[in-house]
Ligand binder design. Structure first.
Ligand code: FNR
Length: 381
């Protein structure tokens, strides 16, 4: 068993153990991937102030996100097709998050359904909603999330149309994925993955198949997903969804201060500064660069979180110092899942927590609540 010391180790193992088309789906961005890269590299430019001879005994990273107690300000981001990275991927990730004490958010485009995850977990999880043209389907999806006692709805606004991802096009990755000869040959070289899939009950886009109008089976899914994302989505729909849901609402995909004001005015409980992990508008600003302006604009009115490019607990602390009251991680937990299933997601969370805790101590703090911009080296953020 290789020794895992950081998220990069999990990435390497994920790449080794998971079919290329699914690994590439996780580890890619749109077009030239410039925003995908900037999300990570802009974190590296921010430097920390080291402090010494400060009491570092009894440290805590505990806080709340939309009122829910969390072991650290980190949630597992909604990611589509997670059950293809590892059999029952969504269920395993939700279980790891639950045990660690951080939120898990299930994507509309998941392989396991809301009900599958609810059945195998004990704590409430969050549900992420994409707005589809079929509003009847949206109503039914929201009812199912309520019935499963999901504790927050994460409404994604930055995917009215799909950002073009070159690797996915080349690999024939769609919903459902195309099984070309090349893909099948590559799958055969990943025996752990194949065995896991063979030994697990078959689950396939179960939020959608059998629930969306006209999608009774997998063959009708592909044309449905190709034309269902709604380019007409607007703030009136956000109001409609807020009423329909009636619970905690988190708006995901905000990168601009104007939009942040609209999100705050919508009455949502939190907004997530996000560029979808560099998978939508290539050339957009990195999330960590967009964060301070948005915190200044609306930080007093709404909880501001961020995601994109977090690869260590140090990044979580930098985001916190710049005003994010919560963060989400996407690829880091997918790397863990593809590498080692539930144990890999747990490992990812342990690594991030440990790095966060130690960095907090080195910068002179015992309680994350007291951490401010002061821990950052002037001129580097
Ligand atoms: C995503 N993301 C995403 N977001 C969303 O709202 N619904 C979804 O179904 C998906 N699907 C998805 C799949 C994969 C493979 C990735 C990598 C990402 C975006 C995700 O929630 C989050 O914004 C980013 O992953 C954050 O960036 P990092 O942490 O991956 O750098």
């Amino acid at each position: 068993m290789p020794i895992i010391t950081n998220i990069e180790d999990l990435r390497v193992l994920h790449q080794k153990r998971t079919p290329k088309m699914f690994y590439d789906y996780a580890d890619s961005g749109s077009w030239t991937e410039s925003t995908y890269r900037a999300n990570e590299s802009d974190f590296q430019k921010i430097k920390l102030r080291q402090r010494v001879a400060v009491n570092m005994i009894n440290r805590t990273t505990k806080t709340t996100m939309v009122g829910e107690e969390v072991a650290m300000p980190v949630a597992l981001a909604p990611t589509g097709l997670t059950g293809m990275q590892h059999a029952d991927g969504e269920i395993l990730a939700a279980k790891a998050a639950e045990k660690f004490g951080v939120p898990f958010c299930l994507s509309t485009m998941s392989i396991c359904s809301i009900e599958d995850v609810a059945e195998r977990t004990t704590k409430p999880f969050w549900f992420q909603l994409y707005v589809m043209k079929d509003r009847g389907f949206i109503e039914r999806l929201i009812e199912r999330a309520k019935a499963a006692k999901c504790s927050a709805l994460v409404l994604t606004l930055d995917l009215q149309i799909l950002g073009q991802r070159h690797k996915d096009l080349k690999n024939g990755l769609s919903a459902p994925p195309k099984l070309t000869i090349a893909n099948m040959i590559n799958m055969a070289t990943k025996p752990r993955w194949c065995l896991g899939m063979a030994m697990t009950p078959r689950r396939t886009f179960r939020n959608i198949v059998g629930h969306a109008t006209g999608v009774g089976n997998m063959s009708s899914l592909s044309s449905w997903t190709a034309e269902q994302f709604d380019p007409g989505l607007n703030w009136g729909d956000v109001e409609w969804i807020k009423k329909l849901w009636g619970g905690k609402l988190i708006i995901k995909g905000i990168l601009d201060e104007e939009d942040a004001r609209l999100a705050a005015n919508s009455g949502a409980d939190a907004l997530i500064v996000s560029n979808h992990g560099g998978r939508q508008l290539d050339g957009a600003i990195s999330s960590i660069k967009a964060l301070p302006g948005i915190v200044d604009a609306v930080g007093k009115d709404i909880e501001v979180w961020m995601d994109g490019g977090i690869r260590s607990g140090q990044d979580v602390l930098k985001a916190w110092a710049l005003g994010a009251r919560g963060t989400m991680i996407g690829r880091p937990f997918l790397y863990g899942l593809g590498a080692m299933g539930e144990a890999g997601v747990t490992k990812c969370l342990e690594l991030i927590h440990n790095e966060l805790d130690i960095t907090m101590a080195f910068t002179g703090h015992r309680d994350i609540q007291n951490v401010t911009k002061d821990i950052l080296y002037p001129g580097t953020f």
